[in-house]
Unconditional design. Sequence first.
Length: 455
Amino acid sequence: MRQFPVVVIAVLMSCALLSGQPARADNGPAAPSLPGNPGPSPLQKWIDSTIPAPQNLGGDTQTAQTALWRGVLSPQTGDPIFDAWPADLGALHPGQIIEARDVTATAATRMAVPIRQAVLLKFRSTSASGAPSFGTATLIIPAAQWAGPGPRPVEVNALPINSLGSHCTPGFQLSHGLFDRPNTDLSTFLPSVWLALGQGHAVLVPDHEGPLMAYAEPNVAGHVMLDSIRALRNYLPAEFGASRYVAEGYSGGAIASYAAAMLLDEYAPELSGVLTGVASGGLVTDYRDVAHRFNGNIASGILLSVTLAIAREHPEMLRYMNHLAQWVATSPVRDICGDADGPLGVVGIPVDVAAEINDPLDSPIAEQMYGTLDLTGRKSGAPLYIYHGSIDPWIPLEDAERMYGQQCSRGVPAVFRVVPGEHLIGYVTGYPGLSDWINARLRGEPAPSECHVPH
């Protein structure tokens, strides 16, 4: 049973040795240690004694940790709007526009309906730790006039990015040519954008993993989602300053839409009433539960990708990576898109093979991170629509049901739907009810509530 990691190590090492990408020059934050973590297992000791640490880390512990943090970041795209960190970020307000670029020519090639304009917005946002950061989002305006009540409404669509590479984001893909480092995942979810545009809605597509590509980090995702709304209202106040907005997302995108709802009141209270509803499908709310379910099975590639991505925003995690993990995390793996991180799990790599502490998913550092990523203690600042596949084998239905009950008990107008199918099919079967709910919110109809909470 303990022999299969040796084969995995050989495969991953050969992949890691392909790495020749330079690290970013950004200064990494401090990575304090957390007492109480267990020592390495015999397998982990063997890995570190057999595989040397990457030579480019060197120096003292803090220097090595900073070098490792730089090394695990996604390589730059070559496009400054995604790569460049403005020097005066701290002087800007969240949602303040940094740059805007017309991307109609490239975005139109991916649309199934005529569009009037597409604009890539870069704006000030906030990191998971509260430091000044930036975000990007693409505004797409249909050619058709809006015939409904009030100003043209906006659907804030958090597409599932599920990637480690900055070039995998909707913003990069929609602003570059079809064959410029394509991400095949994007085409799977674009029909939801087309359907919204076909109804006359504008669509705002945030790159919700943030500039460090922190896949599944909800604090970053929620900040970027809310700041993208602020940015649009700042950029085109006459057209969208009085619009109704709805945020939606599925799976990886659901983390972002859900986080926007949970962080609304504390991070962007002025958007209360502007964000008229939030919809999330196939939603992860309990990171502890999902991590244990994914570990060592066919979903392990996603767990390992998420762990690396979250460590970009929480570098204290990096000191618990062993030498093998350091090699792989600084290899071309750090630039993969979502269509690659899933297949990485086919061989069922447990997270233990990448750690230097025994039982890492139940360690003090893991408990600290579960708490940091848990938003269930908050009250949603907007009405909710939650839907979930009836036989989803990956994301537990009961976790979403529990969150729904918690929000109901706090007085949030909420609807919960169990739809036919597993995780992927649930995305399709859940759309009709979702679309009706979104359209009603954007028409200004009061949000329904199906909560049944004892008084």
